[in-house]
Design a protein around this ligand. Sequence first.
Ligand SMILES: [Cu+2]
Length: 272
Amino acid sequence: MKRYILSILLVGMVAVSGCSGAAHVPMSEMEHKGMSSMQGKVTPTNADWTTPKEIKPNEEFPISILIKDKKGKAISKFDLVHEKLMHMIIVSKDLSYFSHIHPQYKGNGEFDITTSLPAAGDYDIITEFTPKGAEDNSVQRHRIHVKGDAPAAVPIEPDKHMTKVIDGKKITLSFDHIMACMDLDMKFTIRDAKTNKPIKNLEPYMGAMGHAVAISNDLKEYLHIHPMTTNEKGPSVTFMTYFPKKGVYKIWGQFKYEGKIIVAPFVVKVDV
Ligand SMILES: [Cu+2]
């Protein structure tokens, strides 16, 4: 039985306060923690990114990514993961902007998408894909700059209230404990904001009852998490996860209800 932990991927160069003082969470440690069921071998990849020299706020622009193996040869076959060949997350440097989109596969390792960004400043594009035959997904990232006067960065402060109203839903985020370097349960609970009635008929969204992305405030750690089961249709959806180091993380839960996607952002502090 597969456990629905898709991936924990360290994209940082050095995790200063990483688990056990290690620079990275070693794979063996993850295996000891029972995270190996879906934490398999990652195929090493390279990516060539093509974006326009000049990107302006609110203007559409193309992003093209060519996925290659370590020898520079295009990888042409990919596995469908959560119904897509590639998932792409774009965040602003202050994590105030978040989007989760899906480039189109053009063949020969090339994925394309057109998007726009709301304001000037730096953005990180993080992309996930699984070359055919790999046991786990690979991640590539790329920083782009949108021209113009960037608005003041929004401080990434831990939320004081773990319940908020988003799109007419009252959404609560809770944890069994929130500490780095150990498995933990992260639970979203969704109610109707007006009636307070629990929502019990969430709809599957890309093959799961929810998706969650967590990124550390220095943008170095990136986690993409899926619920433990496919039969929790609400009001609660539980994700098992593992924060590779202490610090402040922004988490976005994504759920589908009545055909619409609800995005629930929270900022949490993870202690050691
Ligand atoms: Cu996706």
